[in-house]
Design a protein around this ligand. Structure first.
Ligand code: K1U
Ligand code: ZN
Length: 171
């Protein structure tokens, strides 16, 4: 089922999400719905708070050409970050049509639990590294615009407030 994506500003996007204690059918349904919602958007990642669920679950697939590689990460943790950084022009499905350069570690090692409850660890590089850090930030209530200066952030927030007013009026 495709779930509606929350648009910034929304208090649910600013919350620290709760760890998942157990892989229940509800968590499996959430992950399946998040993947469907991400592919439909379309996007390369999605975090549970973006669909209004404050749990530490994220999905991603950064393969642009070739067979899809859907990933579900539960309780993800960055356990190592590279010293070298890379800059990528990021977007966000909760901040539509706004893009800005964000500097982040170029590679990260992430540990998480998969849908079978098995612990996994992997080094992410390139777009995967950018995306996984962007999504983990969502789980901590942080948006990519929080890396920008206050003026740019305020300008984007005002545009999103206007977009939400227009959508509410059915425009
Ligand atoms: O978390 C999100 O809001 C999803 C976001 C992830 C992301 C994008 C860019 C850098 C870091 C993280 C998106 O997927 S925005 C849409 C997007 O990037 C895209 C859409 C269609 C094709 C390719 C990319
Ligand atoms: Zn985002």
């Amino acid at each position: 089922m495709i779930r509606p994506i929350l648009i910034h500003p929304d208090p649910r996007l600013k919350k620290l999400c709760e760890p998942v204690a157990e892989i229940t059918d509800e968590v499996k349904r959430l992950a399946a719905d998040m993947l469907e919602t991400m592919y439909d958007a379309p996007g390369i990642g999605l975090a549970a708070p973006q669909v209004g669920v404050t749990k530490r679950v994220l999905v991603m697939d950064c393969i642009k050409d070739g067979p899809p590689e859907p990933m579900v990460l539960i309780n993800p943790q960055v356990v190592w970050s590279s010293e070298d950084v890379s800059t990528y022009e990021e977007g966000c499905l909760s901040i539509p049509e706004q893009y800005a350069d964000v500097k982040r570690p170029a590679a990260v090692t992430v540990r998480w639990m998969d849908l079978d409850g098995v612990e996994q660890e992997r080094i992410f590089e390139g777009l995967w590294a950018t995306c996984v850090q962007h999504e983990i930030d969502h789980l901590d209530g942080k948006l990519f615009i929080d890396y920008l200066g206050p003026l740019k952030r305020q300008m984007i927030t005002r545009k999103m407030e206007k977009l939400k007013r227009e959508r509410a009026r059915g425009l």
